[in-house]
Every structure is written in C-alpha cells, then in structure tokens.
Write a protein that binds this ligand. Structure first.
Ligand SMILES: Cc1cc2nc3c(=O)[nH]c(=O)nc-3n(C[C@H](O)[C@H](O)[C@H](O)COP(=O)(O)O)c2cc1C
Length: 245
C-alpha cells in the first residue's frame, strides 16, 4: 500500500470538530484541488458556495434535519451542479444553448461529485476531516432560495470540514467480490458474501455504540428502501431546467 491508498482507506466521516479555524488559504487550495478532478467534456460544472454567515448556517442546519455539525463545523461548503455559466459561454459565441437533457444532468452531477471528493480527500491529507450533507436536499427549494441559486444551478450536497474532535473507526465496506465483477454481471455469490458482511457491520456498530446499535447492512438498506426517497426532487430539478428530456 502506498500513502495515497492508505489515506483513501483511512477515510471516515467526521461530525465533531475542534474550535481550530481552517485557514481561508487552505480552503482555496482545497477548492483548487477539487477543480483538478476529471471533468466530463471539460464542462467544469461545479460551483461551491462557502457559507460563513451564522444565521444562514443555522437555517441550513434546520433544513438538513437539524444535524448540528452543519452549523458547528468551522467550514461549510455547498456543492452545486452548475450549467448556468455554460449558457454564458454559449452566448459569448451567439450560440443558443440547448438545455434540459438528462445527459446534462448526469454530467453536471458527476462533475460536482468528483470535485467534492477531491476536496474531501485533499482535506483529509492535511489532517482535516469532513462529512457530506445530502440532507440539504430534504428542503432543497428553501436551500436554493437561501443561497440565491439561478436556473441550472442546484445544490447537490453540503460538506462540513474542520479539524477532527473525534476519531471514529473506519466503517467496513462490502467485500470486493460483491462490487468487482469480471467479464459479465454475476451476483450468484452475493447473498453469501452479504451475509458475512452483515456480521462485520453488526460488530462495527456494536463496538462503536457499546451495543446500543446492532444493525446489519442489509437490515439498514431494507428499512431505508421501503420509504420514498425525497419525491420532491423531480419537480424541483425540472423547475431548475434539468431532466426535461
Ligand atoms: C452524498 C452523501 C451524502 C451524505 N449525507 C450525509 C448527511 O446528511 N448526514 C450525515 O451525517 N452523513 C452523510 N453522509 C455520510 C455517510 O453517512 C457516510 O459516508 C457513510 O455512512 C459511510 O461512512 P464513512 O464516511 O464514515 O465511511 C453522506 C455521504 C454522501 C456520500
């Protein structure tokens, strides 16, 4: 294993932070590293909004199910998939941009996620820790309005960053054989592998919570996926000019 692989495998979300501020130069450097992620057809379709204002952070915390680290983390970033500046680029050449394609939604969203992951890994390499906040999509229209997002710009997720005030264990992932298929899709061994994996997830939670939580991975998934998943997202995204064709 080299240092990079070690760093990647040491990832765990951090949700408690010390008071030590993060230097703004560091934030800028991390954003610059985020920009260096691969980008589909060079579209560079991510805009990051750094939210420093405490009142805005308090509101974002409310919108994100009251997760306290949203208002407490030294740095809070909102990653937005952004095809707005492409409209500007087209207009600079008198080219009327066509929008609304599902493909554009995918490329902008993927771009944004790759950018964000570079930021998080870069942060971890500097001794910072962080946590994605998908829960801002619980009340995405309010987040959108709060941040003044124009058409074709939507908030994909937030990210808390700061110096860790906790040192959680890494969370076990699915066995490689479940996620790496060779040649063609074959899930015949998955049930047995997931059954074994369930036990390691149970152990992880038992140790972490002193026995209070004892869920397996398949249990967690089966509880989550019988509920609707933010059904407001489709109409929100369509109103923003995405997923129309
Ligand atoms: C897109 C995305 C959204 C997430 N949203 C939240 C969130 O709203 N709140 C939270 O506490 N963790 C959130 N997480 C963190 C995941 O729960 C976490 O990554 C997962 O449980 C694996 O744990 P680990 O990151 O410690 O390895 C999110 C992660 C991703 C990738």
């Amino acid at each position: 294993m080299n240092e990079t692989i070690y760093l990647l495998k040491a990832h765990r979300s951090i949700r408690k932070f010390t008071d030590q501020p993060v230097n703004q130069e560091t934030v800028r450097e991390l954003i610059s590293a985020g920009q260096c992620a691969a980008t589909s057809s060079f579209i560079q379709a991510c805009t990051v909004i750094q939210v420093d204002d405490q009142q805005t952070r308090d509101l974002l915390c409310d919108y994100a199910a009251g997760q306290l680290y949203v208002k407490e983390a030294p740095v809070f970033l909102v990653f937005c998939a952004d095809m707005q500046r492409h409209r500007l680029a087209c207009s600079m050449h008198d080219a009327p941009m066509l929008s609304g394609f599902t493909e554009q939604f995918i490329t902008a969203t993927v771009d944004c996620a790759l950018f964000a992951q570079n930021v998080l890994i870069g942060a971890e390499s500097l001794g910072l820790g962080g946590c994605y906040i998908g829960a801002i999509r619980n009340r995405i229209a309010e987040v959108d309005e709060l941040l003044g997002l124009p058409e074709l710009v939507y908030p994909l997720f937030g990210m808390c960053l700061g110096y860790p005030a906790q040192n959680p264990e890494t969370k076990p992932r699915l066995p490689v054989d479940v996620v790496l298929k060779r040649g063609r899709y074959d899930d015949s061994g998955d049930r047995a592998s997931i059954t074994d994996y369930d036990e390691s997830v149970r152990n992880y939670y038992r140790t972490r919570t002193g026995g209070a939580k004892n869920d397996s991975w398949s249990e967690q998934i089966s509880e989550m996926l019988v509920k609707e998943a933010r059904p407001h997202m489709l109409s929100y995204l369509q109103a923003k000019g995405y997923l129309l064709k």
